[in-house]
Design a protein around this ligand. Sequence first.
Ligand SMILES: [Fe+2]
Ligand SMILES: [Fe+2]
Length: 183
Amino acid sequence: MTILEQLRQDHTNMRCLLNILNKKVSKLRSGEHPNFGLLDEVIDYLRNYADAYHHPWENELFRHFEGRDADLDKVMHCCEAQHKEMLGAGSSLAESLDCILHDAVIPMDRFTDQLEQFVVQQSEHLDLEDHTLMPHMVRIATTVDWQALEQALSRPDDPLFGETQSTRYSQLYQQLLSGDNDC
Ligand SMILES: [Fe+2]
Ligand SMILES: [Fe+2]
């Protein structure tokens, strides 16, 4: 898989998980209790793969193209700032979920708002990268750039969509296999 294919694949996978989270938001809004264990696995994956590998990987990509084009610089800076914001939002959402999983009483409507805001933030970020950043980068990049980046960037193992699935995501993996996720 090339770097661009990897980026697109990661984004497709993340959108699939955001669809699952969106369904949880609807359930919560209708007063039902969703499967919080599954919710925990989705958020954990987004923090452990997207925040810990995918975003730092993109940041390295941004470093490579920095200074080539003022418009591209602007959008790369914006994406990088969003990576930081998402890190904070993910950590605070995980804390709230941890409270629920440990039976602490927290207002469910506040948690639902937080979850919904998280999904919106992640979706808007993917839209910015897919529709603005990547087309711009593709226009500017040469074959030499992609060759250099293939050499420079290491590929982390994806613990959910990669060749070896972590047992940490067993419920989520089953959910994805069920095909009932609008992915
Ligand atoms: Fe990103
Ligand atoms: Fe991304």
